[in-house]
Ligand binder design. Structure first.
Ligand SMILES: Nc1ncnc2c1ncn2[C@@H]1O[C@H](COP(=O)(O)OP(=O)(O)O)[C@@H](O)[C@H]1O
Ligand SMILES: [Mg+2]
Length: 248
């Protein structure tokens, strides 16, 4: 059975999509068949993996999900493409308890050969993120090592707590990922220390540095692991992958 992990934070630009793509790519390299499910109408995860967005979102188009899965240039790494259709985003988010559990059932039964499924969420606490939390086993929360990081964190954690209480009793906070870390900046170190102080081992040890190779790689349709395997950013994501595997 696949492990379903939602990558969520209501703030934009914190590294959700980047973390979804690179964790998925790293796990695929480690022999895990991995699927990125793009539920953000911006479709950044889809295009960042070199795949065209779909006209209709595969989760609401009424066809078996398996038929809509697209292979990437990397072995074992697949995408369920997002769609720019806002009508489909509405349909996808018109979610209730039944729909969320059916999404999880659909993902698990139709995709039995998949080991990991990452749901790349949009930057909001709205219905799409709620639906993704309701369908997941775990949520990973990327946060930027910057001043308002902690403030935003409490809101997404509260949403996860609500989801666990209401419609997904098994949901766990699988980990907090510190992104865009800059060791030269006092603030970056302070934020990292503060987050670890509150959330202890929920925070992954690996610090994802700010690295231009990470931001360049999506325009080539590649993970940073393939685009610039020796870059600091690639090493950091590889370490993060090891931690995820250690938690299996
Ligand atoms: N560690 C990093 N170093 C440099 N640029 C990054 C890093 N992580 C993300 N980026 C860039 O920052 C922008 C926002 O990241 P993204 O993953 O799209 O955030 P989100 O999905 O949370 O909105 C993108 O242009 C991305 O390429
Ligand atoms: Mg994104």
């Amino acid at each position: 059975m696949a492990k379903i992990i939602s990558i969520a934070n209501q703030k934009g630009g914190v590294g959700k999509t980047t973390t979804a793509i690179n964790l998925a790519a790293g796990l695929a390299k480690a022999g895990r068949t991995t699927l990125v499910v793009d539920i953000d109408p911006q479709c950044n995860a889809t295009s960042g993996l070199g795949v065209e967005p779909a006209l209709r979102h595969p989760l609401v188009a009424g066809q078996p999900i398996g038929e809509s899965i697209v292979a990437t240039t990397q072995d074992r790494l697949r995408v369920l493409p997002g769609s720019h259709s806002l009508t489909d985003a509405d349909a996808l988010s018109a979610s209730n308890r039944e729909r969320a559990s059916s999404l999880r059932r659909q993902l698990n039964t139709e995709l039995s050969e998949i080991d990991y499924i990452f749901l790349d969420c949009p930057p909001s606490l709205g219905q799409l993120t709620r639906a993704a939390l309701a369908a997941a086993h775990e949520v990973y929360i990327p946060i930027q090592c910057e001043y308002f990081a902690m403030e935003g964190l409490s809101q997404i954690i509260e949403l996860a707590r609500q989801s666990k209480a209401r419609d997904n009793h098994r949901l766990e906070i699988g980990g907090i990922v510190l992104t865009m870390y800059d060791p030269e900046l006092e603030l970056s170190n302070e934020v990292a220390a503060e987050v670890r102080g509150y959330f202890a081992e929920t925070v992954f040890e690996s610090l994802i540095p700010r690295d231009v190779h990470i931001s360049e790689s999506p325009s080539h349709g590649l993970s940073v692991l393939d685009y610039a395997p020796r870059a600091r950013g690639a090493r950091a994501y590889t370490e993060l992958v090891m931690e995820v595997i250690d938690r299996e």
